[in-house]
Structures are given as structure tokens and as C-alpha cells.
Write a protein that binds this ligand. Structure first.
Ligand SMILES: NC(=O)c1ccc[n+]([C@@H]2O[C@H](COP(=O)([O-])OP(=O)(O)OC[C@H]3O[C@@H](n4cnc5c(N)ncnc54)[C@H](O)[C@@H]3O)[C@@H](O)[C@H]2O)c1
Length: 254
């Protein structure tokens, strides 16, 4: 696996617990040049030191619910880079007031917001970056088992992740003729800013320790290693797939 000199755009670093941070570090260790974006000014004081640590010059404030932000980011990037080898989309959001509700109580606003930021943003980024994506380029996003089976409290995010997984398949199809691959990693629960908003994560983690084939919870590094595989040429024949990194809990019936 030789990734030296490749270029990666990483979306979704909020802090050092972020899944995207783990992937960025792993890519950096392979000699990949990074550009990163973060959601809004409130995160700047956390993300800029991370950019410094990772030796990243290209740091964008980019609200992925805004087409203009995405266009600006890609057009500035295009002045420096003639191609993007890897895109890491590690972004999700639903209003806290729409999480942990009986499912029928989800608001229209909460539903549309979750779909917009957690799903449409992937489509919008791939479209805007299309001219920079070349044969061999690879895109990954992050999903969760709540897309496929009911996980209490996950509610509206489960619907968004189901739509995200379907979007991965449709993008894999439409980008395939350009030789661009699109895949998702379905990660087991780890403690991050996002997962803290979903109730019952500690309980799920205890269950995984007891019942998963590997009898342990996954760590940021487990996801990062699989991301390296999917982004790199090692996965040259893999596209439209959802790869589980969950200690095997999703194969268990009970
Ligand atoms: N932590 C878990 O247990 C877990 C499990 C499976 C999948 N995931 C998925 O992994 C991805 C990353 O989440 P994480 O757990 O690292 O949490 P995180 O909170 O560190 O990352 C989520 C990121 O989304 C960004 N974001 C939210 N709204 C945005 C917007 N409008 N524009 C741009 N960025 C925006 C946040 O700023 C943050 O950087 C998410 O898609 C999440 O659903 C997480």
C-alpha cells in the first residue's frame, strides 16, 4: 500500500475523539497530504491546533448544509490541487430535540435536517469535487447498524443512515464509470461528541463486551485502519459496499 503524495479531503473533525481525526492521523502517517474542513466558527479553536499537529495548510470552515460553502471550499482547493485522491465524509447531525423520542414524534424539521446534513452533504461534496476525482480516487463515509436494524434511541439517525447507505450504492454506480469508488464503514459505537447525543451508548458498549465475537469495543484506530484499506488501492475492486467494523456484533441474532 503506497499512499505517499496522495491528497485527501477530510470532512468532520470536531476534536481528537472524532472518527475523522483518527483517519486523518492514519493517512498522515502514510505520507498523504491533507485538507480538512470543520462545521463552524465555534470549532475553530479545537480544529486549528489539530491542523497544526497534522501539518495541514488547507483548513476550511465549511457548513455542509450550504452549497456555497461547499463550492467555495472545492474551488479554493482546486487552485492548489489538480486532483483529490481520497474524500473522507465523517459527518452527521440531527437536532437533539429529535433524538431519543418515540419514533412517531420526530418533527419534519428534524427529519429534513438529519437527511440534509448526514446524507445530502455526501452527494453535494462528490458532485462539487467531481472534476478533481480521477480514476482510482476513493470516497468513504461513516454509517451505523441502526440503518439496518432498530437500535433504541437512534431513531431519525437510523433513517438518515439507511438513506446514506443507499446513496453510497447509487454514487458508486454513477461514479463507477470514472473509476471512482464509494464505500461506507459501519462502525460500532465509540465515545464522541455525536454519539454522546444518542442515549444508551454505554449500555450498548457493555453488551458488545459481553456478546460480540471479539468481546471488546472497537477503537478509533480500528476504523482508521479499515479506512486506509478502503481508500487505498488494496480495495481497488470494492465499491458500493458497507463494511462493518464492529467487533462482529452485527452478525449476532441476540
Ligand atoms: N461514534 C460512533 O459511535 C459512530 C458509530 C457509527 C457511525 N458514526 C458516524 O461517524 C461519523 C463521525 O461521527 P463521530 O462519532 O466522529 O462524531 P463527531 O461529533 O466527532 O463528528 C461529527 C462531525 O460532523 C460535523 N458536522 C455536523 N454538522 C455539520 C455541518 N452542518 N457541516 C459540516 N460538518 C458538520 C461535526 O462538526 C463533527 O465534526 C458520523 O457520520 C457518525 O454518525 C459514529
Amino acid at each position: 500500500m503506497n499512499m505517499t503524495g496522495k491528497k485527501a479531503l477530510i470532512l468532520g473533525i470536531a476534536n481528537k475523539h472524532s472518527i475523522a481525526y483518527g483517519i486523518a492521523r492514519a493517512l498522515k502517517a502514510q505520507g498523504v497530504e491533507l485538507a480538512i474542513s470543520y462545521a463552524g466558527a465555534a470549532l475553530a479553536k479545537r480544529v486549528h491546533p489539530i491542523a497544526e499537529e497534522l501539518g495541514v495548510d488547507q483548513v476550511f470552515e465549511c457548513d455542509l448544509s450550504k452549497d456555497n460553502d461547499i463550492k467555495n471550499m472545492i474551488s479554493i482547493l482546486a487552485e492548489e490541487w489538480d486532483s483529490i485522491d481520497y474524500i473522507v465524509h465523517s459527518v452527521a447531525y440531527a437536532p437533539i430535540s429529535d433524538l431519543n423520542l418515540p419514533f412517531q414524534h420526530i418533527s419534519r424539521h428534524g427529519f429534513l435536517t438529519a437527511m440534509d446534513i448526514s446524507v445530502y452533504s455526501l452527494i453535494a461534496v462528490v458532485r462539487e469535487a467531481e472534476m478533481l476525482l480521477k480514476p482510482g480516487s476513493s470516497v468513504i463515509t461513516m454509517t451505523y447498524y441502526g440503518a439496518q436494524k432498530v437500535v433504541p434511541n437512534y431513531g431519525v439517525m437510523g433513517i438518515a443512515k439507511a438513506a446514506l447507505e443507499a446513496s453510497v450504492r447509487y454514487l458508486a454506480h454513477s461514479m463507477g464509470e470514472k473509476g471512482v469508488r464509494v464505500n461506507a464503514i459501519s462502525a460500532g459505537p465509540i465515545r464522541t461528541l455525536s454519539s454522546a447525543a444518542i442515549g444508551g451508548v454505554a449500555q450498548l458498549q457493555r453488551r458488545i463486551e459481553k456478546s460480540a465475537p471479539l468481546a471488546r469495543n472497537i477503537e478509533q484506530e480500528d476504523i482508521a485502519k479499515t479506512a486506509l484499506y478502503l481508500l487505498s488501492d488494496l480495495a481497488s475492486g470494492v465499491t458500493g459496499d458497507v463494511l462493518f467494523v464492529d467487533s462482529g456484533i452485527s452478525i449476532m441474532a441476540y
